[in-house]
Design a protein around this ligand. Structure first.
Ligand SMILES: [Zn+2]
Ligand SMILES: [Zn+2]
Length: 206
């Protein structure tokens, strides 16, 4: 599988480009900004974008969604509880006013257990609320894309609208940490890690 991490937008969000070498089908997770950089990467890798998947609705993860959708006709997928954040109504939230992003609807909403298929690969949707009500993590083969739920050495903020510390800890402990220790974690910001590393050394979890 092709996996490229692009650092995009003012908050240095990790935008992940996943592709199947054979069919050339691709998924982009969290296109938070820098549309040109994402489009160039897809072109260089000769990938055909099938889905734009959002781990949650915060502005730093959705900034380039509308442009990318227009350029590629890919479907926009987000959990049903965060879908409103993509529309203009959801942008009345204080945190989203900082965004220059165009509003854009979801083509399909996601829930726990859904599978997102591209080529011979798939990602399974885990509902991991706490940072936002509709936060999701995406499980691939020995890897999880966790959005702003969990970071290397830290955990997601819970002081923004819809956040809940108890929900976040429940998501991390019961949905993420029970994966194998060698499972790779790809967070919404900062470096990648592993479940084992975070279970043993993350100060918020020990
Ligand atoms: Zn966030
Ligand atoms: Zn973020």
């Amino acid at each position: 599988m092709i996996l490229k991490t692009l650092c995009v937008g003012p908050l240095e969000t990790n935008c992940y480009v996943l592709g199947d070498e054979k069919s050339k089908e691709a998924v982009v997770i969290d296109p938070g900004g820098d549309f040109e950089k994402i489009e160039r990467t897809l072109k260089e890798l000769k990938l055909r974008l099938k889905y734009i998947v959002l781990t949650h609705g915060h502005f730093d993860h959705i900034g380039a969604v509308a442009q990318l959708r227009r350029a590629t006709n890919a479907e926009v997928l987000i959990h049903q509880k965060d879908a409103f954040m993509l529309s203009s109504a959801g942008r009345s939230q204080p945190f989203l006013l900082e965004s220059g992003a165009e509003p854009c609807g979801a083509d399909r909403t996601l829930q726990e257990g859904d599978r997102i298929c591209f080529g011979q690969f798939s990602l399974e949707v885990l509902h991991t609320p706490g940072h936002t009500p509709g936060g999701i993590s995406l499980v691939g083969q020995r890897m999880i894309f966790v959005g702003d739920c969990l970071f290397a050495g830290s955990i997601g903020r819970t002081d923004l609208p819809g956040g809940s510390f108890d929900q976040l800890m429940d998501s991390i402990k019961n949905k993420l940490l029970n994966r194998g220790d060698d499972c790779l974690i790809y967070p919404g910001h900062g470096p990648a890690s592993t479940i084992g590393e975070e279970r043993r050394n993350n100060p918020f979890l020990t």
